[in-house]
Design a binder for this molecule. Structure first.
Ligand code: 5AD
Ligand code: SF4
Length: 512
């Protein structure tokens, strides 16, 4: 792999979208640090500004262009530098990475002429080479080929999360659901070898992590590219068996490829968390057929029954799309009854958004935005009631939580409250007994008792002392240890790595 010669240069990266993007950015950051760049946390301080983008819904893609426009006002962008043999070049380079880059391609240069680098995720292995060309003065550099069987494997990952490490096991998607742009932006499915996944898991444990999240657009269709030939259930079990791993999560699953064997792996490996995210999209078999999801409501409920029959209770969450073309009132009602029947612990719900290249663009019976909005409110109201009821089952029970930091509000009496996450992936805010020493540290595990429920979280009290503290607990931000006062204000860009990195700025990046 070519390496950019970039001593003394700085970069800033901002990430939009899903965990796959967040983790891709961790790898991009590692690659740039390796190439001699230094990371900064304000775009104005950077020689290279990168936006890692999402185009899953129209609003997400628009947000990127809004950011690019805001950036045009940047002071550093306008200044130029003389380079021998090249002439005047703009000092600051702007790059668009990820799904919008792949989807819009060279059209980005027309819409935002200050951009000079456009790279889709399937070309990240070429990033050092593309950046070298950019530094050499090329005005418009692209990496847009989807014709690859490579995955973005790199030893150089700057992990941005102090307690959870991500591992991509499969990239791309071969499913072509009628509404989904992902197969066009991330390309065809490519699985990593089990050896490389397991080696990364072991390195992660050596770094002091105890929780791993396996990532893929559809992890269930993982197929080991090596002769070992592990399927997803076997891969999951193998990761859970790596010594030192206390929690394994995986996302996201496709019901069509979700097998009983996965539930069996969860049964036999206590390290696999009590949680399955199984996106259903709609409760109507007819809508599922039009969505090209390749399963019926009954098929989906059969998988739910497998999960419910596991030897320990497993929390189930899902994704819902409302207002898909042709969705009748009766179809929509089927989604509501499915929510009741399954009893999800939480859902992500979206209004259907037409996306370029997708099959659903050709469908008639477009649902008006006002109707989509109304349906979304109904789904969310119903889910709120379901959640309230479902959370009651935790009252009085004991839960082990992984401490993620200081919670957003202090307890009623003003005492500090910490934020933990249960194996079920629920947030549990808790207090500790007076005088408890040590106080909870991010990344440690505490046993708690649930005393109350709130609409989106559980509330409880910890028993004195951690049940487990990783041996090489990472340095944590002082802000993580305080209550409400230290919690930074929510900003509209809170979901971006740029702002998260500022919140966690006391957490040093580590190169894997
Ligand atoms: N419109 C609305 N929601 C969508 N999703 C994917 N594509 C679209 C679209 N075009 C949702 C699905 C998916 C989640 C990641 O985003 O629910 O599971
Ligand atoms: Fe999109 Fe369907 Fe692939 Fe998920 S499985 S990424 S919804 S095409």
């Amino acid at each position: 792999m070519a390496e950019a010669t970039s001593m003394g240069k700085t970069f800033y990266i901002e990430t939009f979208g899903c965990q796959m993007n967040v983790h891709d950015s961790e790898k991009v950051v590692g690659t740039l640090l390796r190439s001699g760049y230094e990371q900064v946390h304000a775009p104005d301080e950077a020689d290279l500004v990168l936006y890692n983008t999402c185009s899953i819904r129209e609003k997400a893609a628009q947000k990127v262009f809004t950011r690019l426009n805001e950036h045009k006002a940047s002071s550093k962008l306008g200044r130029a530098q003389w380079r021998e043999g090249v002439g005047w070049i703009k000092q600051q380079k702007i790059g668009v990475l990820g799904c919008v880059a792949q989807q819009e391609g060279e059209a980005i240069f027309e819409a935002a002429p200050h951009v000079s680098l456009v790279v889709g995720s399937a070309s990240y292995t070429k990033l050092p080479e593309l950046i070298t060309r950019l530094e050499a003065g090329e005005k418009r550099v692209t990496g847009l080929s989807l014709d690859t069987d490579e995955t973005f494997d790199t030893e150089f990952t700057a992990r941005d999360n102090p307690y959870r490490a991500y591992i991509t096991i499969i990239e791309g998607c071969d499913k072509h659901c009628a509404y989904c742009v992902v197969p066009f932006t991330r390309g065809p499915e490519r699985s990593r070898t089990s050896a490389s996944v397991l080696e990364e898991a072991r390195r992660i444990v050596d770094l002091g992590y105890t929780e791993i999240q396996l990532l893929g657009q559809n992890v269930n269709s993982y197929r080991d590219a090596s002769p070992a030939g592990l399927n997803f259930a076997q891969m999951l079990a193998a990761v859970a068996a790596v010594p030192g791993i206390r929690r394994v999560r995986y996302t996201t699953s496709h019901p069509r490829d979700f097998t009983r064997e996965i539930v069996q792996a969860m049964d036999s490996h206590p390290a696999i968390c009590n949680h399955v995210h199984l996106p259903v999209q709609s409760g109507s078999t007819e809508v599922l057929r039009r969505m090209l999801r390749d399963y019926t409501r009954e098929d989906y409920l059969e998988r739910i029954a497998w999960i419910r029959a596991a030897t320990r209770p497993i929390s189930i969450t899902t994704d819902i799309i409302v207002g898909f073309p042709g969705e009748t009132d009766a179809d929509f009602e089927q989604t509501i009854t499915l929510l009741d029947e399954v009893g999800y612990d939480s859902i992500f719900s979206f209004q259907y958004s037409p996306r370029p290249n997708t099959a659903s663009l050709a469908l008639d019976d477009v649902i008006p935005d006002s109707e989509k909005g109304q349906r979304l409110r109904i789904v969310q109201d119903r889910q709120r009631q379901i959640q309230e009821e479902r959370y009651q089952r935790f009252l009085g029970t004991e839960c082990e939580v992984l401490v993620e930091g200081g919670a957003s509000r202090s307890a009623g009496d003003g005492s500090a409250r910490w934020k933990g996450r249960t194996s079920e992936n629920l947030i549990l805010n808790f207090t500790v007994p007076t005088g408890c020493d040590p106080v909870p540290q991010t990344g440690s595990y505490w046993r708690t008792r649930v005393t109350r429920t709130a609409p989106n979280c559980l509330i409880g009290e910890a028993f004195a002392g951690p049940v487990f503290t990783p041996t090489r607990l990472r340095t944590t931000s002082p802000a993580d240890h305080r209550g409400s006062d230290s919690t930074p204000p929510r900003s509209s860009r809170e979901a971006t790595i740029g702002s998260r990195a500022q919140r966690l700025d006391a957490v040093p990046f580590r190169i894997l």
